[in-house]
Design a protein around this ligand. Structure first.
Ligand code: F6P
Length: 342
């Protein structure tokens, strides 16, 4: 049996831990051979491969990023994409494909599997933690750790200058990183994409914080938006790769808070620091277990499935279910955090 492995979409800490676990268990227990495909779906689309065996995965457990490279290439948007993938898989004598990715990469795996009989097993990843079929995705815990450490550091400089510090974290559609790091870091306001915020309310929280002689920290997810009528954000734009670029809600907030309250404000955009670097212990543990269970699914011929965390168990769910809808922050969880605002 020859197994192909690819990593697609935005990278995240823990991808290498999955690759290592898949290759180690597959080689040692099942005597499989492996081939790595470079840069997500671009690899099988163009037949771009890299050797993958136990020496190749030695030492990669704590390394961020992915030794296979990643891209957002979607074969369904390429001419003859499916045919080219099938041909290249046949050429490489690949019997099964382990696809490690988020909504887009796994969405492609789901369609290739259901509509074209390509034998795929999925492994969910995203720092955003917004895949509905799994309790947690790896990468999320590391991102929350990075954001929490940044908030801790920003508290002290905010206090020294009695300034407002706005921290913009990742999360286009879901506010999980903002909510978890905001709670862990003791933020005075947490703004998430699921609920439009009222800038008057944010300024009231900021002012009440200054009244007790503390400098406020506002954590905002990149996809958060002010409510209608308060919108002065630039339109989202699309870059030359076709990715939507958000318009800088953190910068806008700091300016607006300064204008309305007269208090000095600064913004820190954490951006890709949340995606880079070594995975946390939790993410290494989760990614490793996902890898071990994914290669078991290959052994069982259980294609069209994805491994998922439910409680402390790793289960298999249909790939189609995994990509059906985004997991957003429950309003109850969000309102629970409200007691710390202001
Ligand atoms: O989906 C993960 C994510 O990290 C989002 O939170 C963020 O908006 C996006 O990727 C950034 O993507 P890129 O690296 O393409 O700028």
């Amino acid at each position: 049996m020859r197994v192909g492995v690819l990593t697609g979409g935005g990278d995240c800490p823990g991808l290498n831990a999955v690759i290592r676990a898949v290759v180690r268990k597959g080689t040692q227990e099942y005597e499989y051979d492996f081939v790595g495909f470079r840069d997500g779906w671009r690899g099988p689309l163009e037949g771009d491969t890299v050797p993958l065996d136990i020496p190749a995965v030695r030492g990669i457990l704590p390394r961020g990023g992915t030794i296979l490279g990643s891209s957002r290439t979607n074969p369904f948007k390429q001419e003859e994409g499916v045919r080219r993938i099938r041909e290249n898989l046949a050429k490489c004598e690949v019997d099964a494909l382990v696809t490690i990715g988020g909504e887009d990469t796994l969405g492609v795996a789901a369609r290739l599997s259901a509509e074209h009989g390509v034998p795929c097993v999925g492994v969910p990843k995203t720092i955003d933690n917004d895949l509905s079929a799994t309790d947690y995705t790896f990468g999320f815990d590391t991102a929350v750790g990075v954001a929490t450490e940044a908030i801790d550091r920003l508290h002290t400089t905010a206090e020294s200058h009695m300034r407002v510090l706005v921290v913009e974290v990742m999360g286009r559609h879901a506010g999980w990183i903002a909510l978890h790091s905001g709670l862990a870091g003791g933020a005075n306001a947490i703004l998430i994409p699921e609920q439009r915020f009222d800038i008057d309310q944010v300024c009231a929280w900021v002012e009440s914080r200054f009244k007790v002689r503390y400098a406020p920290i506002v954590v905002v997810a990149e996809g958060a938006m002010p409510k209608d009528g308060q919108m002065v954000l630039k339109d989202d734009s699309t870059d030359s790769f076709g990715h939507v670029r958000l318009s800088g809600v953190g910068e806008w907030l700091a300016k607006e808070i300064e204008r309305r309250t007269g208090k000095e404000a600064r913004t820190t955009v954490l951006g890709h620091t949340q995606r880079g670097g070594t995975p946390s212990a939790f993410d290494r543990w989760l990614a490793t277990r996902f890898g071990l269970h994914a290669i078991d699914a290959v052994r069982d011929g259980d294609f069209g499935t994805m491994v998922a965390l439910r409680g402390t168990d790793i289960v298999r769910v249909p790939l189609a279910e995994a990509t059906a809808k985004l997991k957003t922050v429950d309003p109850k969880l969000y309102s629970e955090a409200g007691v710390f605002f202001g």
